[in-house]
Design a protein around this ligand. Sequence first.
Ligand SMILES: C[S@@+](CC[C@H](N)C(=O)[O-])C[C@H]1O[C@@H](n2cnc3c(N)ncnc32)[C@H](O)[C@@H]1O
Length: 346
Amino acid sequence: MMGLGEGSSSSFRDYEFTFESYLQDPGQTEVVSHSESNGELDSQSLSESIAVFQKENGRTYHAYRAGSYHFPNDPTEAERLDEQHAMLQFVMGGRNYLAPLSHVKPPQRILDIATGTGAWAIEMGDEFPESEITGTDLSPIQPEYVPPNVRFFVEDSADEWDYCHNFDYIHARMTVGCWSDYRSQVLAQAFAHLNPGGYFEAQEINGILLSDDHTIPPYCPIVQWTDEINAASKQAHRDVTFAPLLKGWMEKAGFVDVHEHVFKIPLNGWPIDSRLKHIGMLWQRNMLNGLSAFSLGLLSRFRGRTKEEIELELVGVRRDLFDPRMHAYQRFYVVWGRKPMEGECT
Ligand SMILES: C[S@@+](CC[C@H](N)C(=O)[O-])C[C@H]1O[C@@H](n2cnc3c(N)ncnc32)[C@H](O)[C@@H]1O
């Protein structure tokens, strides 16, 4: 893992490699390595190696720490992530965060771990032009042209964080399936790397299907598929059902003023309420576009299923996603908390 210095590339030199994308220097990918046996930098080969994505079942996957995350990183998935970003923003009433950030005294440094396409980080860069926004991910799939106060790095956030400075706000969204231990890899590290008074915010969906009126048949394809995905995720040590635990975990990690807001995300346009109906239609579209992505890596790697078997199973799941008689929804948890000030009684 790399450190982030104050505009100094020398601060990256002790680390395996780094990747940066700046508006001031569009199109430049800086990759620095000290892992070569002769001690010479071989930027070119490393630059290529993080961009040579692993191909599997017609999709591509991250090259850095290959095999540790089981969802693809190709343009189809990037498009789904961008649509999901717009949808979640709508769910949250047009906001990107619920923590009480101030525009009068904006956070100086913001960190977005597992940033994906960087859409959230880029919008935060626009909303807080005086803040410095850092986005990190296993995949360099962020755009080249970004606001001058936004930068991206390839990084495995499950590793020990080694930043040269602390942050005032740390954010992680839709990262279920990314961690073997959220508490030590994310929460404890976020707490340690926040300035006193700084906020951590988690925005996570729970991979469990619910209905308030018992309209989900117990053995229908979408229930079986969900159970299988959840079981494969556990087998992969990448749980996708930890969202309801976040509030308690954050309090135990030392955060104070911890708040939780839970949103309902219907699986299709079944609700009568027009806002929820709209969210359901957007989520249905996202699920339809993401079904193969969610399934192929996990079910082939951990359940020994072939691509053809998986696609066959998804036929029934797609049918269920169009069934308005099933009043299914998922819960989206937004949880935020503050690192106490030094000496603050908690
Ligand atoms: C579902 S996407 C969410 C992206 C973004 N946070 C959003 O809300 O649009 C999850 C992202 O986590 C990244 N990821 C997975 N494991 C990671 C890790 N250990 N360290 C850093 N990024 C990781 C993946 O590459 C992927 O881009």
